[in-house]
Design a protein around this ligand. Structure first.
Ligand SMILES: [Zn+2]
Length: 194
């Protein structure tokens, strides 16, 4: 797993599964950018936020060689499914996408995607994580804060297996009991599932 240290957002852990998926979907010659949303949960024991899953690339999103635009309805339905399957434990925490470059770095539009969500969405936290995977597998990360500022992580690779629940994609296998998080919403507020 990868441990990202942020002064303001605190420690954020990227699970092995998410790291593997990011590398698997890195942009290859001739492909368009790909992306999706990131989800995770707050581990109370050590106050670390764990990014445990991400939505997979889909042709529902719009993209070109050097741009990517998320389909909000598609992303929301993934988030709703995860939220429900985890009994409200796992929720939206950020956005991932690919760049056709070896050393990825956030662009102005990348920052805007996240800062706009603070205005148009209803988020769980005062931060969102941005992850960009370069074409050789390098991962760039930053936190976008509600006040418009950004922070780049100090990244620590850790081979030790993280203590995070994996999402079973076919069943609602997660049986952890945590305080419910409000779920991520795009636009109009909706009722929380029972
Ligand atoms: Zn980008």
């Amino acid at each position: 797993m990868i441990l990202l240290r942020f002064k303001r957002a605190g420690p954020i852990e990227i699970s092995d599964e998410v790291e593997g998926l990011l590398r698997q979907y890195r942009q290859r010659e001739g492909q368009n950018e790909m992306g999706g949303v990131l989800v995770g949960w707050q581990r109370d024991v050590d106050d670390t936020f764990v990014v445990c899953d991400m939505s997979l690339p889909s042709c529902e999103h719009k993209a070109g060689k050097m741009w990517f635009q998320l389909n909000p309805i598609f992303a929301q339905s993934y988030l709703d499914r995860v939220f429900k399957a985890s009994s409200g434990v796992i929720c939206y925490c950020g956005f991932w996408h690919t760049h056709p470059e070896e050393n990825p770095i956030r662009s102005r539009p990348d920052r805007k995607v996240l800062s706009d969500l603070f205005c148009n969405g209803k988020l769980n936290f005062s931060w969102q994580l941005g992850l960009i995977i370069g074409d050789t597998g390098k991962i760039y990360s930053w936190c976008q804060y509600e006040d418009g500022t950004c922070e780049q992580a100090v990244c620590i690779h850790n081979s030790k297996a993280g203590n995070s629940p994996a999402i079973n994609r076919s069943t609602s296998a997660i049986q952890l009991s945590f305080e419910n998080f409000s779920r991520f919403l795009w636009g109009k507020s909706r009722k929380k599932p029972e």
